[in-house]
Ligand binder design. Structure first.
Ligand SMILES: *Cc1c(COP(=O)(O)O)cnc(C)c1O
Length: 478
């Protein structure tokens, strides 16, 4: 029997050793501090971050699980929820909680809708949720976990949710419909007023996923941009998710889920009254609730405030407009729809966008590759004021380089077809095997063929197996 590759440490390690080890490891990671990552990280500037961190650290060890032990955290959480309710035009009846992230907020909203329906619509035995194709996979995770069916509805030609089609998809077992403000893939806000009106007419819940836009759209709107109403000002909206750890610029591990009133939120709570350990009640998914995340969320809203968020939103939108104009000036690229805020995606009929992505990766840029249609995705935030010009230059150069590969992309197309046939017979196909370059699970360059292949296999069992293998590999010691 071979021992695991990394063994349990016998002696405590010294500070220097640990810090060095981490610093070395971190060299592999994206360099977001210079604005080279157009995803995952949101940074409000050193000064603000320092204050938020300080308050986070004040609760480093604290657990918000038992509010009688840490009433201060219960108060900070309630204040945070109230500040968010205010931002989202709710009234004093709005209730909510801080969660560890958008996914947990969405899990909670789906679970709450399911359990509310169980009580109020007992004739529904197999509840379903109607949502646009662009809705975040956190919903599918929730449906899977909570045994709820779902009906994904094609987007309109503008890549936004299509309310008429969503209405037609609703059946007697539908408990909720969903709209995004905006959608993650394309940064396009769904027509929430129309979606909420349908929910009201059909007497079902309407969840607005403002995970990415919650702490951007209100400020962008105030700056004078045209943004459709998406919050509690819209009649029919019953719940909202919004991530403070995205454009709220707080420490990671904080989001809010809000409900129109206390009667709805009650169905979110988990309760067990027969335990030897006493009556156990818990508001969200997790048991122990990290105090730092709650304090950090509160601190971000307080330390940045409307003025700070407006300032960051203005800078972010100026940078976005610059990058947008650059994309529009490049004849090979086409923006997907008309993005509402600082998230954009472009596609191309003339160059292989995955080839283009490989070129950009070579210069250290990090962003996301998307499918259906193949496109590249950029989340622009405050930090990109430091990098926009350099990015635009590199983008232009990368398009030129990708153009040279148009012949090669024909070969990619053939390769995709070959892989598609091959994957049916692969014993336990790993993504690594499908890449040139051997064993590394993610190689930054030369991934165009792999992404082309993934696009071709989208939604198939073959792709699922390949991705499961990949997840196993990347979650193991290498
Ligand atoms: C990020 C995001 C989520 C999921 O949030 P996590 O914090 O990653 O769990 C859900 N919906 C949208 C629109 C998002 O952008």
């Amino acid at each position: 029997m071979n021992k695991p590759k990394v063994q349990f440490p016998l002696k405590p390690a010294g500070r220097e050793e640990l810090i060095n080890y981490i610093e070395q490891k971190k060299l592999k990671d994206i360099d977001w501090k210079k604005g080279r990552a157009f995803c995952l990280v949101y940074h409000p500037g050193e000064e603000r971050a320092k204050l938020i961190k300080e308050i986070y650290n004040m609760y480093f060890s604290d657990n918000a699980l038992n509010p009688t032990a840490t009433p201060s955290l219960a108060e900070l959480e309630a204040e945070t929820v109230s500040m968010c309710a205010d931002l989202f035009n709710g009234d004093e009846n709005v209730r909510g909680n801080i969660t560890t992230g958008g996914t947990e907020s969405i899990l909670m909203a789906v679970k709450t809708a399911r359990d509310w329906a169980k009580k109020h619509k007992p004739h529904i035995t197999k509840p379903n949720v109607v949502l646009p194709m662009s809705a975040h996979p956190a919903f599918m995770k929730a449906f899977h976990y909570f045994n709820v069916d779902y009906i994904p509805v094609d987007l309109g030609s503008d890549y936004r949710a299509n309310p008429a089609a969503m209405k037609a998809a609703i059946n007697k077992d539908t408990i909720m419909i969903v709209g995004s403000a905006p959608s993650y893939p394309h940064g396009l806000t769904d027509p929430i007023p129309e979606i909420a009106a349908i929910a009201k007419e059909k007497n079902i819940f309407c969840h607005v996923d403002a995970c990415i836009g919650g702490f951007m759209l209100p400020f962008v709107k105030k700056l004078g941009y045209k943004i459709c109403d998406f919050d509690f000002s819209v009649d029919g909206v019953t719940s909202i998710s919004a991530d403070i750890h995205k454009y709220g610029y707080s420490s990671k591990g904080s989001s809010v889920v809000l409900y129109k009133n206390a009667d709805i939120r009650k169905f979110q709570f988990s309760l067990y009254t027969k335990w030897n350990g006493g009556v156990y009640g818990s508001p969200t998914m997790t048991g122990t609730r990290p105090g730092g995340s709650i304090a950090g969320a509160w601190a971000a809203l307080k330390a940045i405030g409307m003025e700070g968020y407006m300032e960051m939103a203005k800078v972010t939108m100026d940078v976005t407009n610059k990058i947008k104009a650059a994309i529009e000036s490049i004849p090979e690229l086409e923006l997907i729809g008309h993005p509402d805020m600082s998230i954009l995606a472009f596609k191309s009929a003339k160059v292989d966008v995955f080839k283009l992505a490989d070129e950009l990766n070579k210069n250290g840029w990090h962003f996301e590759r998307q499918q259906l249609p193949p496109s590249l995705h950029f989340t622009i935030n405050y930090i990109h004021r430091l990098a926009a010009d350099e990015f635009i230059n590199d983008l232009k150069a990368a398009v030129d380089a990708a153009k040279k590969f148009s012949l090669e992309s024909l070969a990619t197309g053939l390769q995709v077809k070959a892989v598609k046939g091959l994957s049916k017979i692969l014993p336990s196909g790993t993504i690594a095997k499908l890449q040139k370059g051997g064993d590394a699970p993610v190689k930054k360059e030369n991934t165009a063929a792999m992404y082309g292949m993934m696009g071709a296999l989208s939604g198939t069992d073959d792709l699922e197996e390949i991705v499961l293998d990949f997840l196993d590999k990347i979650n193991s010691v290498r």
